[in-house]
Design a protein around this ligand. Structure first.
Ligand code: NI
Length: 151
């Protein structure tokens, strides 16, 4: 396992679209392991592969309830809305209020290529939406209602 470099907005790769994963092999597992390690080291709650320069549809999330790995995730259902403050490991020191659904159902694959379906509410739903946005080259600032100072 290795810590990977997290790119920031200055790197145009962050704005590119990620492609679906087609092979669930050791290369993917190494990426997932590295992403988790990189996220924990940076004290983040989520990381998308594009943030370490890999344009594949892979995200990891841990809001303190355990690691969740999602490959080729798609939001298939969403309900409600809530506004809360978000940051991003690719935008250090910047925070903004973003409106997100407070419930999502996500279809994805696990690291072995098995289809999974996961429901999330509140902060976990927010984390999924934030990371899944990254796969389209979208960052939270694009939809932020306002930026806020967090000291
Ligand atoms: Ni982010």
């Amino acid at each position: 396992m290795a810590i990977r470099n997290i790119i920031t907005e200055k790197n145009e790769t962050l704005r590119k679209k990620s492609r679906p994963v087609e092979e669930f092999n050791k290369k993917l597992w190494d990426l997932l392991d590295d992403m988790a390690q990189t996220m924990y080291k940076a004290e983040g709650v989520g990381l998308a592969a594009v943030q370490v320069g890999i344009l594949r549809q892979v995200i990891v999330v841990d809001i303190g309830e355990g690691l969740i790995e999602l490959i080729n995730p798609q939001i298939v259902e969403q309900k409600g809305e809530s506004v809360d403050t978000e940051g991003c490991l690719s935008c250090p020191g910047e925070y903004g209020k973003v409106k997100r659904p407070n419930y999502v159902k996500v279809k994805a694959f696990d690291r072995f290529g098995h289809p999974i379906e996961i429901e999330a509410r509140d902060f976990l739903a927010r984390a999924f939406c934030h990371e899944i946005d990254h796969l389209s080259g979208v960052i939270f600032k694009d939809s932020a209602i306002e930026m806020v100072d967090v000291k």
